[in-house]
Design a protein around this ligand. Structure first.
Ligand SMILES: [Fe+2]
Length: 113
């Protein structure tokens, strides 16, 4: 199965090196009552960022509700997105990132805020 045939996750992609370079890293923190900052780093800084190989975008969902998408230009932008959201906790936060060469990569966390 090609990486482009599925949404790749830590459980269905068994190539550790590919996972390490591609899975979004999600960090969430409470700013104030009901307001939270969510940082997503596609590949955790380990992925190439070149004109022919880069992360094109990151999408954020909370409890499966689409929150937003940040698109990136190759090389000039690091694939890191910060969202400030008003949400209830606990919740599930998921981030989907697309590498132009290796497809879609999904991570999620349970957040208690
Ligand atoms: Fe890649």
């Amino acid at each position: 199965m090609s990486l482009f045939d599925q949404i790749n996750t830590s459980s269905n992609s068994n190539e550790a090196a590919m996972n390490e370079k591609h899975l979004p890293v999600i960090i969430a923190e409470k700013i104030s009552d009901g307001k939270h900052k969510i940082k997503v780093d596609a590949g955790g800084g380990k992925h190439p960022n070149e004109m022919d190989h880069w992360f094109q975008w990151i999408e954020l969902r909370i409890d499966d509700l689409y929150i937003g998408r940040i698109e990136f230009s190759a090389k000039i932008m690091d694939p890191v997105a910060e969202f400030v959201v008003n949400c209830k906790t606990p919740c599930n936060i998921s981030a989907l990132a697309r590498c132009n060469k290796h497809g879609l990569w999904l991570s999620s966390i349970e957040y208690n805020g």
